[in-house]
Ligand binder design. Sequence first.
Ligand code: NDP
Ligand code: 2IT
Length: 450
Amino acid sequence: MPDFVEILKNRDPHEREFHQAVHGVLASVKPLLDQRPEYGRAAILQRMTEPERIYTFRIPWADARNQTHVNRGFMVEMNNAVGPFKGGLRFHPSVNQSILKFLAFEQVFKNALTTMPMGGGAGGADFEPKGKSDMEVMSFCQSFMTELFHHIGPNTDIPGSDIGVGAREIGYLFGMYRKLRNEFTGVLTGKSIGWGGSLFRREAPGYGCVYFAAEMLAERWNLTLEGKTCLVSGAGKVALATAEKLIELGARVVTLSDSSGYIYDEEGIDAQKLAFVKRLKYVHRERIREYAEKYPHAVYTPLSENMDHHPLWSHRADCAFPCATQNEIRLKDAYHLINNNVRLVCEGANMPCTSDAVEIFLDKKILYAPGKAANAGGVAVSGLEMTQNSIHLPWSRQELDKRLKMIMKNIHATCLAAAEQYGDPGNYLLGANAAGFLKVADAMLDQGLL
Ligand code: NDP
Ligand code: 2IT
């Protein structure tokens, strides 16, 4: 059989990110496909890589000067064998079908690992929320929902947040859905607390990511995060919550970034400095360079497009938490990390490491956690939000935190057990892919040819 990814490449040559995500799973599930010929006969792999359906649509909206703009919206419904489609909405100028297919594909495995009844999907638009007023963002969100509402529902497809989509956007989207459908249901996650949201949904992927890292260190090397120097990239929802939990556990966080540049604070970012960044980002929607204005001992380094590496990953540290976006750690960065003593890479973002960078981490046998396992706390708390909405009961912060910790601990154990079973103990990538694949593949077999 010709290389499976080659077939996908020939079919959709422009979908680079999607091919990368499929490639990342394929090596892990090959032994499984060899052992279980019924998967081959039922074309499970072909069916898992062909979305159930994709919608693309026009989103016209008007800016503050009454100028009309047109963006492109997408909804990728990848697989609903274990539950309704569930995944994030991303608003970013780089959004295209390839990026959303990669996110939806990863989401299928991630959601399976949570053990909650959620299939995988992803949606979004090539819209840039940065620099827009609240009114402009509302105009865009309302227009987006006038199409999206045809396709989503609390038992069909339940979008949540991702890059560029937070409580503000979810609020405008939910309001329009409620108006159009005349019903109040848990159709979106990431809602505000006062009207159906879950406490600490915003913090969940970051907190969960740190719980996963702590679990890896404790179980494998009998160590803790206390005193560890950590590199964190990004300055959004996932990055700031990751930094917050790391600081709480006594780690020394020395970096944060956005797409324009990064800051390095050798003294460590403490709770007070982080509170400043949270205000900067969530209230004023400002850039990370402001950190170095406020704390002049910190160094701000701007980034340029043509760099072949990201200097944030060249600092000496123990752990790295890429929490911004895909492919932010490339081959050269992976070598810099290894040569600078980093022994744990835990992915808060989705697919932040290129395939060749991942190879280095596996080869060097450092603790490497793929996003589909490490950042699953976000969608898991979305799943808890759905449960709360359907039973019409709120849960306390302590209750949710307890559940999140348990879910991350279970995902960690599942990955380790599957890695061992399929012949490479300690390989979390193999474990996550194999365990996620098995659950979805068996559900597809049970339900017949669809
Ligand atoms: P946010 O929009 O809150 O923050 C994104 C951060 O990453 C910003 O600092 C942003 O900088 C930076 N960034 C975004 N795109 C790029 C880019 N192309 N190049 C460089 N920097 C970039 O997003 P989230 O924190 O929600 O998401 C971050 C990552 O975590 C994504 O990979 C997402 O898929 C993943 N994730 C998110 C979950 C969630 O629930 N939100 C759950 C699990 C994973 P700037 O402001 O300059 O754009
Ligand atoms: O990548 C992810 O898991 C998310 N962006 C969260 C999706 C969700 O539906 O909460």
